[in-house]
Design a protein around this ligand. Structure first.
Ligand code: COA
Ligand code: ZN
Length: 322
C-alpha cells in the first residue's frame, strides 16, 4: 500500500503555507506561481487551503494580490478554500472573491492584538461580530483563529479564563470553527492535551483546529498530543514556512509534509498524497530565494532507500572470507 494511504482515523490537513508562510517572506512570490502552488496543493488532496489574506497591503505586502489568486485558482471538489480576514473591508473583498470560508483573526493577548491588528481586543471583537453577521448573511462559512492561545511573546501565559472567555464569545456568535493558534511556538504537549480536552468537552458542537509553530522544536509532538486529546484538524505549512511578522521571534509552522509522513506511518488517514506534497515543497526554494526547514523534503520518506556503497560486493566477500 502506498505510504500516504493510512487506513485509520481521519486527520484533516489544512494547508496555511500560502498565507502564514508567504506573509513572512521578503520576496514577493509572483501571482502565477502562487496560483500554480495552490493548484498543486489541491491536487495533493489537502482538506482545506488558506489561499491568502485580505489584509492591508501596507501591513502584508506579500499578499497584495489576494483577489487575483482566489479568482484564478482551480477549485477541487472536496477542498475548502479559506482566507484570513481582520476587518470588514477584508470581509467584503473575500466574499466578492468567492472565498468558501472567512478565517477571522484576533489575539487572546491584548498586547499582541494591538501589535498585530492595531485594535484592542474589544474593538477587534466588535468588528469581527459584524464580519460574522455579514458572512452568515451571505451564506459563507466562518472560522475564527485565536492567536497566542498557548502563550504570548509579550505577556507570557494568557490566563485560561481569558482564552476560554474569547472562545465562548465566538461560539455564541454561531461560528462553525475555532482555531487555537500557537503563534510563536510556546505550546508544549501536556498543555496542548489539557487545552484541547477542555475545549472539546465544553463546546462539543464547535469544530476545533490546532495551529502550531515549530519555533522551539515541539511542533510534531504537539500535533500528536492534540490527536491523543481527540483533535482531528491541524493547520500545517508546506516546507515549514510561516510566522507572524508582528510577533517577535516568530518562525515556521509545523511542516505539512513532515506531519503527513509521520501520521501515515502511524496509520492515520490524511487523504494527502505525500509524493505530490514533497514535490510541491521542493519548488519553494526557487520561489522564495532560500532553503526550507523541511526534513522530509531533504531526506525523503523513511523507506526512500539508498544504493549500497561502491565496492560493496568486495566488502561482503572480504567479510564472509574472514
Ligand atoms: N484590505 C485592504 N486594505 C485595507 C484593509 C483590508 N482588509 N483594511 C484596511 N485597509 C487599508 C485602508 O483602506 C487604509 O488605506 P489608506 O491608508 O490608503 O487609506 C489603510 O489600510 C489603513 O486602514 P486602517 O483601517 O486605519 O487600518 P490600520 O492601519 O489600523 O490597520 C489592519 C489595521 C487590521 C487593517 C492592519 O493592521 C492589517 O491588515 N493587519 C494584518 C495583520 C496580519 O495579517 N498579521 C499576520 C497574520 S496573524
Ligand atoms: Zn501562524
Amino acid at each position: 500500500m502506498p505510504i500516504w494511504q493510512g487506513a485509520g482515523r481521519r486527520i484533516h490537513m489544512q494547508e496555511v503555507g500560502l498565507r502564514d508562510g508567504l506573509q513572512m517572506e521578503k520576496a514577493f512570490v509572483p501571482t502565477a506561481d502562487k496560483i500554480a502552488l495552490c493548484n498543486a496543493l489541491s491536487d495533493a488532496g489537502l482538506s482545506k487551503i488558506e489561499v491568502t489574506s485580505f489584509t492591508s497591503p501596507t501591513a502584508i505586502p506579500a499578499l497584495r494580490d489576494a483577489e487575483i489568486v482566489l479568482r484564478e485558482i482551480t477549485r477541487r471538489p472536496g477542498t475548502l478554500y479559506t482566507a484570513l480576514v481582520p476587518n470588514l473591508r477584508g470581509a467584503e473583498r473575500a466574499i466578492e472573491s468567492r472565498t468558501d470560508e472567512l478565517n477571522l483573526v484576533m489575539s487572546v493577548s491584548a498586547t499582541h492584538n494591538l501589535a498585530n491588528l492595531r485594535m484592542t481586543r474589544e474593538q477587534s471583537f466588535a468588528v469581527l461580530a459584524q464580519v460574522a453577521a455579514l458572512a452568515q448573511g451571505a451564506g459563507v462559512a466562518v472560522n475564527v483563529s485565536l492567536s497566542c492561545v498557548f502563550g504570548c511573546p509579550f505577556e507570557g501565559d494568557v490566563p485560561d479564563a481569558d482564552v476560554l472567555g474569547w472562545v465562548q464569545r465566538f461560539a455564541d456568535l454561531g461560528v462553525s470553527g475555532i482555531t487555537l493558534c500557537d503563534t510563536t511556538g510556546m505550546a508544549y504537549p501536556t498543555q496542548v492535551r489539557q487545552v484541547t480536552k477542555a475545549a472539546r468537552a465544553r463546546w462539543p458542537g464547535v469544530e476545533f483546529t490546532l495551529h502550531f509553530h515549530n519555533t522551539r522544536g515541539m511542533g510534531l509532538a504537539n500535533v500528536l498530543a492534540g490527536i491523543d486529546a481527540g483533535a482531528s484538524r491541524f493547520d500545517t505549512s508546506l516546507g515549514g514556512l510561516g510566522g507572524c511578522p508582528f510577533a517577535p521571534g516568530a518562525s515556521g509552522n509545523v511542516c505539512s509534509e513532515e506531519v503527513v509522513h509521520a501520521l501515515a506511518l502511524m496509520g492515520y488517514d490524511t487523504g494527502v498524497d505525500l509524493a505530490q506534497l514533497i514535490a510541491a515543497a521542493q519548488r519553494l526554494p526557487a520561489l522564495i530565494g532560500h532553503d526550507v526547514s523541511s526534513q522530509i523534503a531533504k531526506a525523503g520518506p523513511r523507506l526512500a532507500l539508498h544504493p549500497v556503497p561502491a565496492g560493496f560486493d568486495a566488502i561482503r566477500e572480504r567479510a564472509l572470507a574472514r
